[in-house]
Design a protein around this ligand. Structure first.
Ligand code: PGA
Ligand code: ZN
Length: 446
């Protein structure tokens, strides 16, 4: 083997030989314990080949689904147990050695090797955070090697040959639930600027409305109420969903965007489900909650509802889809329900539990599996909404992911706080550089 290798090296000009055989092989995988936007430790991973490299940061959720892949945390005194030094060690000592020599362009092979090394159902041995950091950094190194923008490389991996689509932002401007220190039970109130001309236009509409909302909150609740929650949205002392929806609707109208910006909710209902009852401010059974949603849909311009029921309350999801969603043409989004897992998405497609999914790579742990989940959803005619996490970083990976796979929407928080604006800013850059592209708002069913 070694002899043939040397022989070929002599025969084939070095430049040509080097490019094809050597330059995309992994030389080293580095890892660092750094911080996420909540001041918790997280990972930064760097994958190096001879001449190229790729990095990635790993985000972390607060309202996690029961079926998400598991994060590895140190559980020691430092950082209240949330350190990731073990993960850093695993990458430096085990993963780097194992992946050495593999080609960064073979994403699926790398991801399979990582899964094989972990060998658990939920990636708990190495940690989904550990695995994801490596998986994403490998894809960036491959894009670098191929001299492609990351979104172009992801499009190639995904087999997306369509004209690039700029996603509709879902901007979370009022924060509640586990993302804010208030009594609001619904986690997110989202602006969906569907009638914008472009992503840049959508960003302007979101920012203008966000600032009007700030003034309305200041006038009504005082300046202390304009502090922001984990995703950059305001977190005023509200209690009921109606109070929040009144505020946001007023801000949209005042900013001049009635019917141009539609509304979305992320109820994150798994976090408010207690023994068959949903506590959304008042207590409801699943049927009662369904009727409550129907009233909200009649009164407000809501077009999208994420996690309206608990992740295991499948009967409620299915009935909601058959009845309310059908009549009102509302987008029903699985997040904790589907957890970006090909297996769970397939189950939800087969049982018609929703018609859209959230795509968060850290819920499943590898880029290949996240892409597979998105493919199953798109083939079923669902919308795919790429999403940040409430604990996020300056890494704009999800912006490229959304454009690469042609997702119609992206959840990226309010246009405030660096870890949120990094995604807006990357999308603004991508859009400005693209000559031919469409804005997804035109294609949405609502
Ligand atoms: P998380 O919330 O990142 O805290 O899980 C986001 C969401 O539920 O969509
Ligand atoms: Zn959610």
């Amino acid at each position: 083997m070694l002899k043939t290798h040397l022989f070929l090296r002599i025969l084939i000009p070095k430049k040509f030989f080097g490019e094809v055989v050597f330059l995309d092989k992994i030389k080293e995988v580095k890892a660092y314990q750094v911080l996420d936007s909540r001041g918790n430790p997280t990972l930064r991973v760097v994958v190096k080949t001879k001449k190229h490299s790729g990095y990635a940061f790993v985000p972390s959720g607060a309202s996690k689904g029961l079926y998400e892949a598991a994060e590895l945390r140190d559980g020691k005194k430092a950082y209240s147990g949330r350190g990731v030094e073990k993960a850093v060690d695993i990458i430096k000592k085990k993963i780097s050695k194992k992946l050495k020599g593999m080609r960064v362009v073979n994403q699926e092979d790398v991801d399979l090797e990582l899964k094989r090394m972990d060998s658990t159902e939920n990636k708990s041995r190495l940690g989904a955070n550990t695995i994801l950091g490596v998986s994403l950094a490998v894809s960036r190194a491959a894009a670098d090697y191929k001299k492609k923008e990351l979104y172009e490389y992801i499009a190639e991996l995904f087999g997306n040959k369509n004209k690039p689509v700029m996603p509709v932002p879902q901007a979370n401007v009022l924060n509640g639930g586990e993302h804010a220190g208030n009594y609001l039970k619904v986690q997110e109130f989202l602006l969906l600027p569907t009638r914008a001309k472009s992503f840049a236009d959508a960003t302007r509409m979101v920012c203008e409305t966000y600032h009007v909302l700030k003034r309305i909150i200041d006038d009504k609740y005082g300046v202390n109420a304009t502090n922001v929650g984990d995703e950059g949205g305001f977190a005023p002392p509200l209690r009921t969903p109606e109070e929040a929806l009144d505020l946001v609707s007023k801000a949209i109208a005042r900013a001049g965007y009635k019917r141009k910006i539609r509304l979305g909710l992320d109820v994150a209902a798994s976090s408010i489900y207690y023994e068959d009852e949903y506590d959304i401010g008042a207590s409801f059974s699943a049927k009662g909650l369904m009727r409550y949603y129907e009233r909200l849909l009649g009164k407000y311009d809501i077009k999208s509802i994420e996690d309206p029921f608990d992740q295991d309350d499948h009967e409620a999801w299915a009935e909601f889809m058959r009845t309310v969603a059908k009549q009102r043409k509302v987008q029903v989004v699985g997040d904790d329900l589907t957890v970006s897992s090909p297996h769970r998405v397939r189950m939800a497609v087969n049982n018609e539990l929703c018609n859209a999914m959230i795509l968060k790579p850290n819920q499943i742990g590898t880029l290949s599996e996240a892409l597979k989940a998105a493919r199953i959803a798109m083939e079923a005619g669902w919308e795919v909404i790429v999403s940040h996490r409430s604990g996020d970083t300056e890494d704009p990976f999800i912006a490229d992911l959304a454009v690469g796979i042609g997702a119609s929407q992206i959840k990226l928080g309010a246009p405030c706080r660096g870890e949120r604006t990094s995604k807006y800013n990357r999308l603004l850059e991508i859009e400005a550089d693209l000559k031919r592209r469409v804005y997804a708002g035109k294609k949405l069913r609502f």
